[in-house]
Design a protein around this ligand. Sequence first.
Ligand code: NAI
Ligand code: MG
Length: 353
Amino acid sequence: MKTLKIANIPGDGVGKEVVPAATEVLHAIAELHGNLKFEFTEFPWSCEYYLEHNVMMPEDGLETLKEFDAIFLGAVGNLELVPDHVSLWGMLIKIRREFEQVINIRPAKLLKGVRSPLVNPKDFDMMVVRENSEGEYSSIGGNIYKDEDEIAIQNAVFSRKASERAMRYAFDLAAKRGKHVTSATKSNGIIYSMPFWDKVFKEVSKDYPDIKTDSQHIDALAAFFVTHPDKFDVIVASNLFGDILTDLGAAIMGSVGIAPAANINVNGKYPSMFEPVHGSAPDIIGKGIANPIGQIWTAKMMLDHFGEEELGSTLLDIVESVTNDGFLTPDIGGTNTTKEVTDEIIKRIKNYK
Ligand code: NAI
Ligand code: MG
């Protein structure tokens, strides 16, 4: 029996509604597998926890989490209780940094039965691989002078190691998918880092002769996400470009409530963290209408990560059959509750042959 030890952190707001739903789904899917078991341990770390303890998680929180195979997180943030920079930096960002989760991946795929804001979205299914440790989001730079002479300098950092790492991850992923990698560049305007990025991409691509490649400037690439999202398979991007592309990807899927994500540790020293794109959704807390699909799809990414890709695709197929039959929460135009959608997914897992 393969047992996966998962640290559940529901966090705040709708995180507390969708994490239990996705956990139930994972138990059901493990039963379908027959030889797989999930052991969940729940941690109450959140803004409410902060009010009581003055920290988002205990001092030895990271030590505790280190022992798990993965972290399954809902959402963090409650502006009425704690300022966002305190809650985000006190836990989420700490975990991502300390656990060297250097790659962020987010799929963008149109589920059957869900309407995209695009008029003619066609049938897109792509995965954005974002370098998550350096690039434009570096802390190198500074400010000098005052008033009208004031200057801010922000340096972007591109190492061969991190660029190559993200690219290899993208190629390995493409090998299991549509066999195409697009590199997001801007070497016509950014004349040191981006030609370097292009050079590394070319070198890495030589190790993957079966995978087709192309490079697109980020501005044109963003436009293609709107006009021809179906043309992409895997896209590899720097930290900033990836950040923007993944939000665009989530937008064309129809709702932030269905978009999943994963922060991947690639050296195997620490667990990876799986969390949907959405936040705590304060406007719908307690109404029972949070879309559970973002969290459930995130669970599918966790299955893929543990080599259970077949089970992962079965889960996503079932989710898609449910949306296609009109079981939809209000954010994607339906009237169903979190529970109704979750129960339907679980029912179909149990009846799956
Ligand atoms: P949000 O993602 O929480 O909500 C944006 C909109 O999407 C709202 O209208 C909300 O109702 C809707 N929405 C989000 N998730 C949904 C779901 N599962 N089903 C149906 N509708 C859903 O973003 P917002 O309002 O900017 O942030 C709220 C709080 O969440 C803030 O404290 C913010 O810092 C935090 N946040 C945390 C994130 C994380 O934990 N990774 C990511 C984004 C925001
Ligand atoms: Mg973003």
